[in-house]
Design a protein around this ligand. Structure first.
Ligand SMILES: Nc1ncnc2c1ncn2[C@@H]1O[C@H](COP(=O)(O)OP(=O)(O)OP(=O)(O)O)[C@@H](O)[C@H]1O
Ligand SMILES: N[C@@H](CCO)C(=O)O
Length: 321
């Protein structure tokens, strides 16, 4: 479930009335998602998404996220467009939480992405990176290489209860990545969480990108390998190089890789795997008894990390140069 905050009907109706989108006709909580509370809101003007930002979102970051969605939507990216209230604000307060209304996007996320989905995603990611070039705000990636050690420290003592030997393996990986993390790669706005559940399709046509709440300023190629990890491994853990090739080739048709990015792919992919392994492990070790949200499996990302450790060049991801 992802409705952490209950909203009184009359409060919601008053909140909606500020947007000039007609009367509230109906609404319902959306079960998917884990970070924030989301509602599908139906008014005389159509359907909208209302998000109440929960504890893990820093309110100071909200102007960046909202401003970014607005910027990208204006550039033609299919992403939620924040609605402006009659007083000109795009952020309000509802039930004691910061809240925003955004446009509803049609489409469904794909449980088992095929080749054509991976290609469409690669193209859309490159378009997002180009559209973000002239966005005026920046946000440090809180989960970049400098953020991994504190996360590890929070898991170190119990990691071996999940997989024997995991604590040492993570420590060694972290030390390697801290010493070898690429610097000076082309940077800009990245989505940083473009997993299949954040990408909508109508058939094989990509119809929308959502959930910009990890977006930040970082190496563009890092966003690409986050996608390789999330889209190009099969359910049994096997890497599908054909899907990776399709994703990367579609991306580079829109924004070609530099030599340095090309060379950095394996190490970036290791870092991206470690980042999601650590956040999943951290959450896994802290599931409250009776929790309604099932934590995501950290070992899925351990397998991905081990695969990338065996990779030596961009060729292992299907690229020849
Ligand atoms: N603009 C939108 N248009 C249509 N549906 C949306 C939109 N935004 C969110 N949703 C729906 O709400 C669900 C949860 O949204 P989202 O992924 O942003 O939530 P979250 O709690 O931040 O999740 P996550 O755990 O992925 O960080 C989505 O799976 C989708 O069904
Ligand atoms: N996409 C993340 C979860 C929330 O953003 C993961 O799969 O670990």
């Amino acid at each position: 479930m992802a409705v952490y905050t209950e909203v009184a009907d009359e409060d919601l109706a008053a909140f909606v009335a500020r947007y000039g989108i007609g009367r509230l006709l109906s609404y319902k909580g959306i079960a998917e998602g884990v970070e924030n509370s989301n509602f599908l809101v139906h008014t005389e003007a159509g359907h909208f998404i209302l998000t109440l930002y929960e504890k893990r979102v820093n309110p100071a970051d909200l102007p960046f996220f909202i401003g970014l969605m607005q910027h990208l939507a204006e550039k033609g990216i299919n992403c939620p467009q924040p609605l402006e209230a009659e007083d000109g604000s795009m952020l309000g307060t509802l039930a004691g939480r910061p809240a925003a209304m955004v446009t509803f996007l049609d489409g469904m996320w794909v449980r088992r992405p095929r080749l054509e989905h991976c290609a469409a995603l690669g193209q859309a990611l490159a378009e997002l990176h180009l559209a973000g070039r002239d966005f005026g705000m920046t946000r440090k990636n809180a989960l970049d290489v400098s953020g991994w050690r504190p996360l590890y420290a929070g898991c170190e003592a119990e990691a071996d209860t999940v997989v024997p030997g995991l604590s040492t393996e993570l420590a060694q990986e972290l030390t390697f990545l801290e010493a070898n993390w690429p610097k000076g790669l082309p940077g800009g706005v990245i989505h940083a969480d473009l997993f299949p559940d954040n990408v909508f399709f109508l058939g094989t046509e990509l119809s929308g990108l959502i959930d910009f709440y990890f977006a930040c300023t970082d190496a563009l190629a890092y966003d690409v390998v986050i996608c390789i990890n999330a889209w190009c491994f099969e359910a049994d853990g096997a890497f599908n190089v054909t899907k990776a090739r399709a994703l990367l080739n579609a991306y580079r048709k829109v924004r070609p890789f530099t030599e340095a990015e090309f060379a950095a792919l394996p190490v970036l992919a290791r870092g991206a795997a470690l980042r999601f392994l650590l956040t999943r492990l951290y959450d896994w070790l802290r599931v409250p008894p009776g929790a309604l949200v099932t934590p995501k499996d950290p070992t899925e990302y351990l397998k991905k990390l081990r695969f990338h450790r065996s990779a030596t060049s961009a060729r292992d991801y299907g690229l020849d140069g």
